[in-house]
Design a protein around this ligand. Structure first.
Ligand code: ADQ
Length: 489
């Protein structure tokens, strides 16, 4: 059976991302236990029946010996995963260094590392070399597993060098690249020493995707201003070769959340939470503990709200769930202490012998507990300083169909473009504005909550992760057909 356009029903899709969607734990010399992590991308691709997806990426563990590597490769094959083995030094330079210390902050408008510029410049070059080397290692593995007709979908800022490496292997390979973070203004991007090389590598792809139209526009501007290329409504043109650039806003598997709310286990959690916080409105923050998420700013805004509204002191609680990430990086350690210090101060200031205004947890919650928390929340606070999209805001909306709670959302999250009409949009840097939005949200009449929720719920349930993946891949196929037609003309 073939589709109308002549393609087979199941197209092979090689999804290449820095991390495989598994956690691998070594149990013996040649045995591993694996657990699939049901992140957004995994459920997006599982939901798409048209592709047969395979994953290529780093398993997140150092496996120096051949026996271990062989055993892990075999175990991963059962999960449709193919490992790229990176040694500790490469991980340090490429992942901790170039990806997390340089590209991540820069793409979120936090700039390049400031301290000791000379040292940074020196280590910058070795980190960039390691970045290119790591990308080449990913390309080698893709090339070994590639079959004619496969679509190769590269993900995120870790793999900006990959499209170029892949096309050097095989210029007819169908290559797409998608960025999960913002792409910053070209004025920010141009400070990056390797700005041109990275842009040119990405342009080797056939299709380049971003969450929002603004990010796509910033990318095209960077290509025109830095590389002197021509920007067109379709993308970027370089000597007759067009790289298509477009926005593909991601979504979530909303049904998975909605269905989970019916489970007895989740219902039990909901009951417990309602009892625990009876008589108080619940405000919720769920974030990875990262500077881009604006957690200190959020907590300070909550403090200001309490300061200005004594009548709410024993009637509201903020639950902040912050899963630690990149714990070996000093900036992240500093952020953790800073958040603990602020939370302690506010609880000391406004707490009583029986209740505190902020419950802060430094950990991840399992899926069912998270759904229950979303469901009992009156006001969700998403105050990212910058965020590619922000899926927490989507997940909250999906779980709110009975409560119709309010979403306070940063205007600097990609989600502001899609949920802006239903949410209260705020500038997270303006603590006074966020504090007054908290008051507005807590006092919002039911009919306004209903109207706002309806808008967002409609969006979240009709723009799913599956639609996102399907649209990207079919656009990639179309782009290639169009390019072939252009060549023939
Ligand atoms: P993240 O920065 O990780 O993703 P986000 O989109 O909010 O941000 O996704 C986080 C995911 O982790 C959500 O599914 C959430 O449920 C889960 N999570 C976060 N904290 C948790 C906790 N304490 N316990 C349990 N689960 C938790 C990057 C970009 C985003 C972009 C996504 C997808 O930074 O902007 O939306 O990729 O493209």
């Amino acid at each position: 059976y073939e589709r109308k356009d002549g393609r087979p029903t199941k197209q092979r899709l090689l999804v290449v991302a820095n991390r495989l969607p598994v956690s691998a734990v070594r149990r013996g010399e040649d045995s591993w236990s694996l657990e699939i992590s049901a992140g957004g991308l995994v459920s997006a691709l599982l939901g798409v029946k048209e592709f047969e997806a395979k994953w290529i990426g780093w398993a997140g563990v150092n496996v120096p010996d051949e026996i271990g590597q062989r055993a892990l490769t075999k175990a991963l094959a059962e999960k449709r995963c193919i490992p790229v083995f990176l040694d500790e030094e490469i991980v340090h330079q490429y992942y901790n260094g170039y990806c997390n210390n340089i590209l991540w902050p820069l793409f979120h408008y936090l700039g390049l590392p400031q301290e000791d510029r000379l040292a940074t410049t020196r280590s910058f070059q070795s980190q960039f070399d390691a970045y290119k080397k790591a990308n080449q290692m990913f390309a080698d593995v893709v090339n070994q597993h590639y079959e004619e007709g496969d679509v190769v979908w590269c993900h995120d800022y870790h793999l900006m060098f990959l499209p170029k490496c892949l096309k050097e292997y095989n210029s007819t390979m169908k290559v797409g690249w998608f960025l999960h973070t913002p792409f910053p203004s070209s004025e920010i991007h141009r400070t990056l020493p390797s700005r041109s090389e990275l842009l040119r590598s990405v342009l080797a792809a056939d299709l380049v995707g971003f969450h929002t139209y603004d990010y796509a526009r910033h990318f095209v501007s960077a290509c025109t201003r830095i590389l002197g290329l021509e920007g067109t409504p379709e993308g970027v043109e370089d000597q007759g070769k067009l790289t298509r650039v477009a926005a593909f806003p991601i979504g979530i598997d909303s049904d998975r959340f909605i269905r989970a709310l019916e489970l007895p286990k989740v219902q039990d959690h909901i009951r417990e939470l309602k009892e625990r916080f009876a008589g108080r409105k619940v405000m919720l923050g769920v974030d990875r503990l990262d500077m881009i998420k604006g957690i200190p700013q959020k907590i300070l805004a909550f403090e200001k709200f309490l300061e200005e509204n004594p009548s709410w002191h024993d009637k509201v609680v903020l639950l902040q769930i912050a899963v630690p990430t990149r714990t070996d990086v000093p900036e992240y350690q500093k952020l953790t202490s800073q958040v603990h210090e602020i939370v302690g101060r506010i609880n000391g200031r406004f707490g009583t012998l029986t209740a505190v205004p902020i419950h802060h947890l430094d950990r991840s919650l399992d899926f069912h507990a998270l759904c229950a928390l979303y469901a009992v929340t009156d006001v969700a606070l998403v105050t990212s300083l910058r965020d590619g999209m922000n899926l927490v805001s989507y997940e909250f909306v999906a779980c709110q169909d009975s409560k119709k709670g309010v979403l306070i959302l940063s205007e600097f999250a990609g989600a502001a473009q899609s949920l802006g009409a239903g949410a209260i949009l705020v500038n997270p840097w303006n603590i006074t504005e966020v504090a007054s939005s908290i008051g507005y949200a807590l006092n919002m009449p039911a009919d306004e909550r209903e109207k706002r929720h309806r808008h967002n719920f409609m969006h979240v349930t009709t723009h799913t992760a599956q639609d996102w993946a399907e649209t990207f891949v079919s656009e990639l196929n179309d782009t290639i057909v169009e390019a072939q037609l252009r060549m023939r003309q």
